[in-house]
Design a protein around this ligand. Structure first.
Ligand SMILES: Cc1ncc(COP(=O)(O)O)c(C=O)c1O
Length: 403
């Protein structure tokens, strides 16, 4: 008989990890072996956390602020988060409607744990950050994928008809992420309103992950669900510190939801993580309340990188590039190359990594279906973008000559 310790329960067996991390590990291994790798792989800003944030966390440590905190987060941080959301979105969020989590990821997890019942359908706009579908499955939910439409030169668009058609009696939640990982597109303002109309009409929860809300290259296009006056009825809102303040390793995110369900969410939160790291929370207060100069500079630089990456990749007859509108990703189509060579997107990513020392990620890292696309993260220095982009263009061209 099989040892019980080998007997993982079926829902857990169904959950897959973050493939992106597997490719990053491959690249790291090559680097350790002495190979130079230009990485378009990683989803974190290539900046250290601004100094005043680090200083405040150090101060907290020196003051001995090292114990557990309130599960919902220290009051100063909940207030700072509510202040940020209200000054930006006029959302009227009360600090008591905020729960600080150990990253946006944990906020997604807590939200799914609270709402997804076995047999519920969770609509995921595909491709997507992998965690929505995986967390939904863990709680017995069934991910229903609504594919984005790719339009050359434009990028990805959500087809509202398709979204409407995917709604059933069992739909419990729609996971929305704008600006979007992996495409870098923004869901336009009118569609945000239409999605919320659908939620009202069909009694569906919107899980809105707005972690890239500061990475906007076409800011007029973006709308937060928190701008809707009745957001409390259908919205669970997720955001975090990882991207805006280059704080991925601090593990800090947050959830905003109506007050009535906060006690239950806290039961779940305390069971998973007790509280977010005490001194990191102090740093996060400084992040929101201190100078945003470094953030704005970083975003300006990202905007320039988006342009340059677009220009460089557009040189290739095999890459259908477009200008990202937000986040720090482009997910161009490479189907012409795949058709010509018979390669899959995974094989192309491996070819670029092993033969040319450039890391990108295949569509399969963001979807359970085939996407003839690869993701470029431009969270890397400009010279890497130019050099790495040219290497990719040449690698595809060169392959043509070989075959
Ligand atoms: C859309 C999206 N949501 C959430 C996360 C995770 O963020 P955190 O580091 O706050 O857990 C990421 C990270 O890549 C992301 O792209």
């Amino acid at each position: 008989m099989k040892d019980p310790t080998l007997n993982i329960q079926p829902r857990a067996m169904d959950v897959s990890g973050e493939t992106a991390f597997t490719y990053l590990a491959l690249a790291r291994k090559l680097s350790r072996e002495g190979k130079r790798i230009i990485s378009f792989g990683i989803g974190q800003p290539d900046y250290v956390t601004p100094a005043h944030i680090r200083e405040e966390a150090k101060r907290a440590l020196d003051e001995g602020f090292t114990g557990y905190t309130e599960t919902a987060g220290i009051p100063e941080l909940r207030e700072a988060i509510a202040w940020y959301l209200n000054s930006r979105y006029r959302a009227d969020v009360d600090p008591d409607e905020v729960i600080v989590t150990t990253g946006a990821k944990t906020a997604i997890f807590v939200a799914m744990a609270a709402y997804v019942r076995p047999g519920d359908e969770v609509i995921v706009i595909d491709p997507a950050y992998y965690a929505y579908a995986q967390a939904a499955k863990l709680f017995g939910g069934k991910p229903v994928l609504v594919p984005l439409r790719f339009e050359p030169d434009v990028g990805f668009r959500l087809d509202m008809e398709e979204l409407r058609r995917s709604i059933s009696e069992r739909t419990r939640m729609i996971a929305v992420n704008s600006p979007h990982n992996p495409t870098g597109n923004i869901i336009p303002r009118d569609q945000i309103e239409e999605i919320y109309d659908l939620a009202r009409k069909h009694n569906i929860i919107i899980l809105s992950d707005e972690i890239y809300d500061n990475f906007l290259y076409e800011p007029q296009k973006f709308k937060s669900f928190l701008e809707l006056p009745d957001w409390r009825s259908h919205l669970v809102y997720v955001n975090g510190f990882s991207k805006t303040f280059s704080m991925t390793g601090w593990r800090l995110g947050y959830l905003v939801v109506r007050k009535e369900v906060i006690p239950k969410m806290l039961d779940l939160a305390v069971t998973v993580y007790s509280c977010a790291t005490s001194f990191a929370q102090r740093g996060a207060v400084a992040a929101i309340k201190g100078s945003w100069e470094a953030v704005y500079e970083m975003i300006e630089e990202f905007k320039r990188r988006a342009e340059v990456l677009y220009r460089v990749l557009s040189e290739s007859e095999y890459i259908e590039a477009y200008k990202p509108e937000g986040a720090f990703y482009m997910f161009p189509r490479v189907s012409k190359f795949l058709k010509k060579t018979g390669m899959s997107a995974e094989e192309l990513v491996k070819y670029l990594l092993y033969e040319h020392g450039v890391l990108t990620l295949p569509g399969s890292a963001f979807s359970e279906r085939e996407w003839d696309h690869i993701r470029f993260s431009f969270a890397t220095k400009m010279n890497n973008i130019i050099e790495g982009g040219k290497i990719v263009v040449e690698a595809l061209r060169g392959y043509k000559r070989m075959s």
